[in-house]
Design a protein around this ligand. Structure first.
Ligand code: AMP
Ligand code: MG
Length: 267
């Protein structure tokens, strides 16, 4: 099986030593795109069975720095999948009502139901990332969240949800290039803000927060995948592989017919 970039929960690691460059894992972009398209066809077929079976659930969590490729991943990976069986949920800064509840309240409400694939564009992990880096709550509040998240994800797992968590790992240089492209192209201005630049100044703090989060919340029931994401074509392939291998393993089946159709003739 090709390298999936699943984080080994027994091996110590440093985020700065995990690759952002995908080229070393796949020398040929054309071949990667061919494999990606074949896997996407398989994904569409497996998703149909998951929906028809109406038993299991799949939750895909996407986390990344700004311009890390979350939107592009969703656009490319979900293309062609029956929209009825997928729910994409983006998490922005919490509303007043959301802030009046525990941090998992808004998350739990939108986890995938039976037969569904849920995709989180940002997630409950923001509550140990942006919240930590910018001191939105004291450490005494955010630190216990690692355990709270692990327990929450265990609950989802125990109730039939497969969980895949992808951190799209780009380098600071790559983010700079992508920001510059957004700045240079008026049609990309909507994706860019001065706040993004402000957050870029905290890059090392974010990396420290990501590293600890990856270490604390990489569980058997909800593993993290650290995807080298500087090349979009490799990122797409690596994520698609893991999704398809997981769905193969879940092996959803079309359900039996509800009625006996023997001898049925349609007049
Ligand atoms: P974007 O993904 O570019 O639309 O930006 C969404 C913004 O919402 C990002 O700046 C996130 O850091 C922010 N955000 C998401 N969740 C939270 C949270 N729980 N607390 C504070 N900010 C958040
Ligand atoms: Mg943004």
């Amino acid at each position: 099986m090709p390298q999936t970039h699943q984080l080994d929960w027994q091996r110590p690691f440093q985020l700065q030593h995990l690759p952002t460059d995908g080229k070393q894992f796949h020398p040929n972009r054309d071949e990667a795109e061919t494999e990606f398209k074949a896997l996407r066809t398989e994904f569409v077929a497996l998703q149909e069975r998951l929906y028809a079976e109406d038993k299991q659930k799949l939750l895909i969590v996407l986390q990344a720095m700004d311009a890390g490729g979350k939107d592009g991943t969703i656009r490319n990976v979900l293309k062609g999948v029956n929209p009825q069986g997928v729910r994409v949920q983006s998490f922005k800064a919490p509303s007043k009502e959301e802030l009046a509840h525990d941090f998992l309240w808004r998350i739990h409400k939108v986890v995938p139901a039976r037969g569904m694939i849920g995709v989180f564009n940002r997630s409950h992990y923001e509550d140990v990332l942006v919240v930590r880096v910018h001191n939105l709550v004291p450490e005494a509040v955010w630190r216990p969240r690692y355990t709270q998240i692990n327990q929450f994800e265990k609950l989802l797992h125990d109730s039939g949800t497969r969980i895949l968590k992808f951190y799209l790992h780009i380098s600071a240089d790559e983010q700079k290039e992508r920001f510059q492209a957004r700045l240079d192209d008026p049609e990309k201005h909507w994706k860019f803000s001065l706040e993004d630049l402000e957050k870029r100044k905290f890059w090392p703090d974010y990396m420290a927060a990501y590293e600890e989060m990856l270490r604390e919340c990489n569980t058997e029931w909800a593993p993290w995948y650290v995807i080298p994401a500087n090349q979009k074509w490799y990122r797409n392939l690596a994520i698609m592989r893991t999704i398809v291998y997981t769905l193969r393993d879940m092996n959803p089946q079309f359900p039996e017919a509800q009625d006996n159709f023997d001898g049925v003739v349609i007049e």
